[in-house]
Write a protein that binds this ligand. Sequence first.
Ligand SMILES: Nc1ncnc2c1ncn2[C@@H]1O[C@H](COP(=O)(O)OP(=O)(O)OP(=O)(O)O)[C@@H](O)[C@H]1O
Ligand SMILES: [Mg+2]
Length: 344
Amino acid sequence: MKRENNDTVVSIKDLVVHYETHEGVVEAVNGVSFEIKKGEVLGLVGETGAGKTTIALSIMGLLPVPPAHVIDGEIILDGEILLGKQKVQKGRKKKDVVVAKSNHEMRHIRGKKVSMIFQDPMTALNPVRYVGDQIAEVVELHNICSAKEATQRAKEMMEKVGIPAERYYEYPHQFSGGMRQRVIIAIALACEPELLLADEPTTALDVTIQAQVLDMMRTLQREQQTALLMITHDLGIVAEMCDRCAIIYGGQIVECGDLEHIFDRPRHPYTRGLLSSIPSLEKDVSRLSPIPGLVADPMDLPEYCTFYDRCDKHCESCKTGDPDLVEAEPGHFVRCFRVEKGSV
Ligand SMILES: Nc1ncnc2c1ncn2[C@@H]1O[C@H](COP(=O)(O)OP(=O)(O)OP(=O)(O)O)[C@@H](O)[C@H]1O
Ligand SMILES: [Mg+2]
C-alpha cells in the first residue's frame, strides 16, 4: 500500500516495542514518534538500554521475533507502510493488529531503500571474500545490472569513501579498522538508499579516524541527499553531524528539536544533565557533573515520569502520571510536567 508523501522519507508514529523474556517484559520502546526528511540528519541520543537500536531494527524489519513484539505503531518509508495497524477478524470480532511487511518483502527494501550500519561493524564483513566483491554484491542484488557494471560501481564507491580501487581484490583482514568501516559505509550507500540508519558507527574507532570517517559520511550523505538517523551517545557527534536531535530516555523521546534548541536552550532536566556531563573548552568548570542514579530499568518502569527518580527538579505533582511531549517553542518538543506548567 502506498501513501501520499512530500519530502518526508521516514515517519514513525507511536512505536511501542516490548521484549517478552522469561524474566519479564522489557518495555524497550514506549510510544516513539519522529520524521526525517530528505537530506536531513536526525541524531538519536541516549544512554545504554534507552531503546535506540530497537527503534532502528524496527525500521529494518530485523527485530528478533520472539522475544520482540511490536505492540503498537506505524512506520512509513518513502510512502510505503512497513508496519501499521490493520483490522483482522478474530473470532466474531474485528481487531486492530500491528502487521509488518514479511521478511521476503523487506529483502527488496533493505539495502535499496534503507540501509543500516550496525553497532558492531567490525564483524559485519565476510572475512573470506574480497572487499570489493562485498560492495558489488549489494549493487547486483538490487540494481539488476551486470556483474561487470556492479564491479565498476563498487570501485567507484571505494574511491568515494577514500580507498584506492586497486585494493578491490583484498580481504578485510588486510584493512585497518578505519578502512573496514569505510567499506561498510560504501556497502550501505552503494545503492543510494533513501534512508541510512547509523548505529554508533564510529564508536570502535580512535578519535582521529572517527573524525575522518564521520566527515566522509557527511559528504556522501549530502551528495546523495540521504535521510540519516545517527544513533549515538556522543553529543559531540550530534553537534558535528546533525540538523536535529531527539533525546531518548526509558524508550521515550524526552526532548527533540534543532541543535540550537538542544544545545542553547535545553529544557528537559535529562538533556541538561547530559550537557553538563560533557567537557567544554569555553566554560570554566572545575568538575563535570554526571547525572546521579542509574538508567531507567525497562523491566520496571514507573507509571509516572520515567526520569522522576534521577531528576533534581522533581516535585510531588510529577508523580501524577506520564507527561506528554509538548511543543515548548516552535519545533522544540519537551516531555516534562514542569515545562508543561511553565515552571522551568
Ligand atoms: N533480544 C533481546 N531480548 C531481550 N531484551 C532485549 C533484547 N534486545 C534488547 N533488549 C533490551 O531492550 C532494551 C533496549 O535495548 P536497545 O539495544 O534498543 O538499547 P540501546 O539504546 O541501543 O542501548 P546501547 O546504547 O547499549 O546500544 C534494553 O533493556 C535491552 O536489554
Ligand atoms: Mg544499541
